[in-house]
Ligand binder design. Structure first.
Ligand code: FES
Length: 104
């Protein structure tokens, strides 16, 4: 299984921040939420904005274009539960944040 990864230093462990990486043809948003890392598809299902550019607050990222929101732990919208983005398993190894990505 290919893995995407980002350097752990995308943000200090006590703040919230995000980055996007490409793995196996997918663009994946990685969020550091108060030291806990989460990964979801970066492309918003509404019109394709980058969710990693959105604002993260209390585990919810808000899309920068039209405000759709997603829980970064589950990938599910807290407003409309039938709307979601794919979530990925994340593992921290040293200074690397590894994301499990299925082959296409
Ligand atoms: S592109 Fe994300 S809410 Fe419209």
């Amino acid at each position: 299984m290919p893995r995407g990864h980002a350097r752990r230093g995308i943000a200090p462990a006590t703040t919230s921040a995000s980055a996007s990486v490409v793995a196996s043809g997918r663009v994946i948003a990685i969020f550091n939420d108060q030291g806990a890392y989460h990964a979801i598809d970066d492309l918003c299902p509404h019109m394709g904005a980058s969710l990693s550019a959105g604002e993260l607050h209390e585990g919810i990222v808000t899309c920068p274009w039209h405000g759709w929101r997603f829980n970064v732990t589950t990938g599910v919208s807290p407003v409309v539960s039938s709307i979601s983005v794919k979530k990925y398993e994340v593992k921290v190894e040293g200074n690397d944040v590894l994301v499990a990505v299925e082959e296409r």
